[in-house]
Design a protein around this ligand. Sequence first.
Ligand SMILES: *[C@@H]1O[C@H](CO)[C@@H](O)[C@H](O)[C@H]1NC(C)=O
Ligand SMILES: *[C@@H]1O[C@H](CO)[C@@H](O)[C@H](O)[C@H]1NC(C)=O
Ligand SMILES: *[C@@H]1O[C@H](CO)[C@@H](O)[C@H](O)[C@H]1NC(C)=O
Ligand SMILES: *[C@@H]1O[C@H](CO)[C@@H](O)[C@H](O)[C@H]1NC(C)=O
Length: 385
Amino acid sequence: MQSRVVPLEEGEEPTPINRTNQSKPSTLRPIRVLVLFLVLCIAVSIISIHTIRYFGINSVVTTAKSTFRPCYEEPRSLEQWITPPSNLMHNMTDKELLWRASLVPRIKKYPFQRVRKIAFMFLTKGPLPLAPIWERFLKGHEGFYSIYVHSLPSFQANFPPSSVFYRRQIPSQVSEWGRMSMCDAERRLLANALLDISNEWFILLSESCIPVYNFSVIYRYVMKSRYSYMGAFDDHGPFGRGRYNLNMAPEVHINQWRKGSQWFEVNRNLAINIVEDTIFYPKFEQFCRPACYVDEHYFPTMLTIRAGNLLANRSITWVDWSRGGAHPATFGRSDITKEFFKRILEGHNCTYNHGTSSICFLFARKFAPSTLQPLLQLLPKLLAF
Ligand SMILES: *[C@@H]1O[C@H](CO)[C@@H](O)[C@H](O)[C@H]1NC(C)=O
Ligand SMILES: *[C@@H]1O[C@H](CO)[C@@H](O)[C@H](O)[C@H]1NC(C)=O
Ligand SMILES: *[C@@H]1O[C@H](CO)[C@@H](O)[C@H](O)[C@H]1NC(C)=O
Ligand SMILES: *[C@@H]1O[C@H](CO)[C@@H](O)[C@H](O)[C@H]1NC(C)=O
């Protein structure tokens, strides 16, 4: 500021002062005083006009350069901090995105009516063959959910504007099963979903997942739960502790090592724990490589250490391992029967908060694209949605 003001005063003032010094002495003192006074007045007005112009133009130029906004800005309101971005596309790098997503309000009481939403995060290769089921499931629950889709970067989605998936694709990168790039994709989904301050619960799904209860039941189940549904168990066998690498100490001890299914539900606090992590990430990146499948260990282990008391330690996504092999069963058209859903929905008891519940799974996988038609016929009747 000072450097701007000083040259102006120095530049403008000498001219009138020099001119008055040059005028010859005269007996007409009152006139001299009057002239001097007038000259001073003019000098002052010139200086002020110049000052206004200088600062006025200067501020317009800076605004235009930095934000491309007109010189008169709308007054800032709370809306701009709590309204989710209307366009999910952005050019932030992962580093920038994770930093932005880790910003947390310190005052815990929201000064506005916050309707908590479930963020459904789809980790896919490309198309969503079972999308019509999700459309049906979500119908009528607008305002209580949001959708995020991570797919191969080459995939061009073409959902119609009426679809819940329309323009819900986030900037994505190639991710490989069992590698850190898979966890990167999951963190990217969480970070993008965290940008909407109303998202309270974050559910990771794949293109072969379906819901097995209606929206009201699922929303209530998640909302009333004291725990988040991250599968995390201490497997003493070769595919559990056997994958632990001693180099992970002291950040991770072998008795903290956990294994769990990739498909989770976490609340906002745990989601922030995941995106802000810089302590465990490098250890897993470096020391959990195939045959250590990092997407089965990183989040379960890291969250057990950071916030183990908030985890239910079980998954809410049903999957069938009974057929054996390295991959769970994929169901086709002929599998879709009432009896099949009885098997998923009944015959389980699990802990829920401090009691037991017969509702143990809210989602199920893996369903082939061919199951779409039979599912569309059966599910709405069976689950009332
Ligand atoms: C994003 O776009 C802005 C404006 O076009 C540019 O200044 C910035 O460098 C870009 N950032 C990245 C990470 O590409
Ligand atoms: C899940 O496991 C952690 C320790 O790994 C434990 O502290 C927590 O109480 C368990 N959660 C439930 C619901 O039992
Ligand atoms: C679940 O619990 C109920 C009541 O406690 C019991 O009647 C039922 O047999 C149990 N089901 C299973 C599969 O354990
Ligand atoms: C959701 O399903 C439950 C039972 O499964 C049923 O009682 C409820 O009416 C259904 N909700 C809606 C909105 O259809």
